[in-house]
Design a protein around this ligand. Sequence first.
Ligand code: PGA
Length: 251
Amino acid sequence: MTPGIKPLVAGNWKMNGLNSSIGELETMRDQFRPELSAKIDMLVCLPFTMLGKAGDFVARSPMRIGAQDCHRELKGAHTGDISVEMIADCGATAVIVGHSERRTDHGESDEQVREKAQTVLHWGQMAIICIGETDEQRKLGSTLDVLKKQMSGSIPDSAENGEIVVAYEPIWAIGTGLTPTAKDVEEAHRFMRAELVERFGEDGNTIRLLYGGSVKPGNAKELMGINNVDGALIGGASLKAEDFLGICAAY
Ligand code: PGA
């Protein structure tokens, strides 16, 4: 938690979800009651194929939907790619950029991530910029150096009309059931906060810092209670409304 920052609980469905999964979203939307929406923002980042239908679904709800990637340009000859404008057209208001699975599977560099984030922010959307170290880097003791490099390379100089959110996701904790100790999360987030304040001044204190990697209903309260942890980015446990809402209940 950071004083003055409203937490964000964000789901990342990755390459999961069919139109038949819309029932899970319906439950999340219906359970996102005013008592909860007064405390937290809720977002689910879906596969592109679900965005249109989901956009209609959440249109009159405080629940937000987002995408998991986008192209750095707004339109043009880019077969198979999806632009921020198309994402917004579906009713989505956020895009994850630079998730480690995209950095690994598609060789995305910090510079490419920054360009995508810039487009997202220019379009007035929330850009959730993901960073995090590998197991090898952690064992070498270079976690903070890795975070520093990824932050300076991936985060644009200005939020423009949008909102910058930074998600710390240790790669070794994603989908493994492993999580860093509370002390390690606190140290990483304190470091990230200091980096943001150094770069953006007082505005750096208003940027939401999410933790991601094996967040579950059972560990959410401890993780979300750590200083400078302003919410979570959740993969596996965001697919089922019961688990996702169980994490929201940590607040
Ligand atoms: P996980 O994934 O919650 O399944 O570990 C987190 C993420 O990759 O965003």
